[in-house]
Design a protein around this ligand. Structure first.
Ligand code: ADP
Length: 461
């Protein structure tokens, strides 16, 4: 079996010549670009409505894998595996979302003799369960948010743990993701109702009503570390991304490096993370997410895949993460050691969503006029073009504006300029919200935490 990741080690080098990209939109384009830069052929897969999508146009070959609904196309494992086998690919890159964290899919790809560009199914499964991930993090020496030792089964148990860690607490679904399946509990009187609601939501969204408890931190920043690990025992971290600008627990702006970390702080936690992942035997790209409050880090979860915001890290380090995912998958060793990783720039990424800027309701539709911003330090990862219709079936992220500058100040100025240049007519997007955030004194001074955006919007409404 061939995995980029641990558990089942690669038996040696395998030059990847053709990759099937099991995704769509900007992330499929991103992977396509890395492959073409490396001289690797690509196969796109697509639903019926995506026939004329940019990821299909730019790939070397394309296979229709089903109708529009994701469940029948981008999540259709037999169709994707068949497309990979019929087109003679060596490897499957799952991208972000869809099947990227489906351990069963990773296993199937490997059992068909193909390389899954990602970690082992075992690590995907382990980290996909927040309770298990938390226990593993403790075992590996990572600091976690104070909370329950494992699963919370009864209201009495919930009350006991909540009293121990102190209210308010956050009840979370073990299988949660995308900011869903979480409930803040303010006092003992609310435990029973909140627990019921959390379990119902978790069962409906993730098919699993397992919950656990964490202390609800009052003013943390969300700071996450990007790592790369090869099959020769080398693990490096590429510094952090500060993803504290959130709405409904969903990231909107990410930046790096974080304004609150000193090089010493970064190196210290970076060293702990690298040691932990070596112990785990993890391979491939991954991200460890932490909350950071009053100078302390608290692990919340690990994502065993590429992240939407990976371009921030690429921009500040100059390291192409997707390229290294592919190299690692082929059994090559990392060409960098930790001391070669230098963070010399500042980067801000704005997630541009097609949505009503107030209600956040997705607003798909046809793009008739399109002008992407340009100039120094401007990267636009997007599959949009004039004449393209954003379909209503998928995620409403339509572009990532990734701005780099020598300093944070320069980066903010460029981001504002680029946002003003960006024209996606006549779609409704959250560009006005980004511009508003970028002119707030707290954003400019860097004085924000995960609650700041929602509170700012409430104050100004
Ligand atoms: P998901 O997998 O749904 O993204 P996470 O555990 O990564 O869930 O948390 C998402 C966001 O929820 C965090 O970035 C943070 O804003 C908030 N959050 C998570 N845990 C806590 C906590 N213990 N206290 C306060 N906020 C939290």
């Amino acid at each position: 079996m061939l995995f980029a990741g641990g558990g089942v080690r690669t038996s040696g080098m395998k030059q990847i010549k053709k990759v099937l990209i099991a995704n769509r939109g900007e992330i499929a384009l991103r992977i396509n670009r890395a492959c073409h830069d490396m001289g690797i052929e690509t196969v796109a897969v697509h639903s019926k409505i995506d026939e004329s999508a940019m990821h299909v146009r730019l790939a070397d070959a394309a296979v229709c894998i089903g109708p529009n609904e994701s469940a029948k196309s981008y999540l259709n494992q037999p169709a994707i595996l068949m497309a990979a086998l019929m087109s003679g690919t060596d490897a499957v890159h799952p991208g972000v979302g869809f099947l990227a964290e489906d351990a069963g899919f990773a296993q199937k790809v490997a059992s068909h003799g193909l390389i899954f560009v990602g970690p082992s199914p075992e690590h995907i499964r382990m980290m996909g369960d927040k309770v298990e991930a938390r226990a593993k993090a403790v075992e590996l020496g990572l600091p976690v948010v104070p909370g329950s030792d494992g699963v919370i089964k009864t209201v009495e148990e919930a009350k006991r743990v909540a009293a121990e860690v102190g209210y308010p607490v956050l009840m979370k679904a073990a299988g949660g993701g995308g900011g869903r399946g979480m409930r803040v509990i303010e006092n003992a009187g609310d435990v029973a109702d909140s627990m019921k609601a959390c379990q119902v939501e978790a069962l409906a969204a993730f098919g699993d009503d397992t919950v656990f408890i964490e202390k609800y931190l009052s003013h943390p920043r969300h700071i996450e570390f990007q790592i790369l690990a090869d099959s020769h025992g080398n693990v490096i971290h590429l510094g952090e991304r500060d993803c504290s600008i959130q709405r409904r627990h969903q990231k909107i702006i990410e930046e790096g490096p974080s304004i609150v970390l000193t090089p010493e702080k970064r190196n210290k936690i970076g060293g702990i993370i690298v040691d932990a992942l070596k112990k785990l035997g993890y391979l491939g790209a991954g991200t460890l997410e932490f909350l950071y409050q009053d100078g302390e880090f608290y692990f919340i979860e690990m994502n065993t895949r590429l992240q939407v915001e990976h371009p921030v890290t690429e921009s500040i380090t100059g390291i192409d993460i997707v390229r290294h995912q592919l190299r690692i998958a082929g059994g090559e060793s990392l060409p960098y050691r930790q001391e070669h990783v230098r963070i010399e720039k500042h980067c801000i990424e704005c997630r541009i969503n097609a949505e009503d800027p107030i209600s956040l309701v997705p607003r798909p539709g046809k793009v008739t006029d399109y002008l992407a911003p340009g100039g120094i330090g401007v990267r636009v990862d997007s599959a949009l073009y004039a004449g393209y219709s954003v379909p209503p079936y998928y995620d409403n992220l339509v572009a990532k504006l990734v701005i780099t500058g020598r300093t944070r100040e320069q980066c903010i100025a460029r981001t504002r300029r680029a946002l003003k240049e960006y024209f996606i007519g006549p779609l409704q997007t959250n560009i006005p919200l980004h511009l508003r955030i970028l002119e707030q004194p707290e954003f400019i001074s860097g004085d924000y935490n995960i609650h700041w955006l929602e509170r700012m919007l409430e104050r100004q409404s």
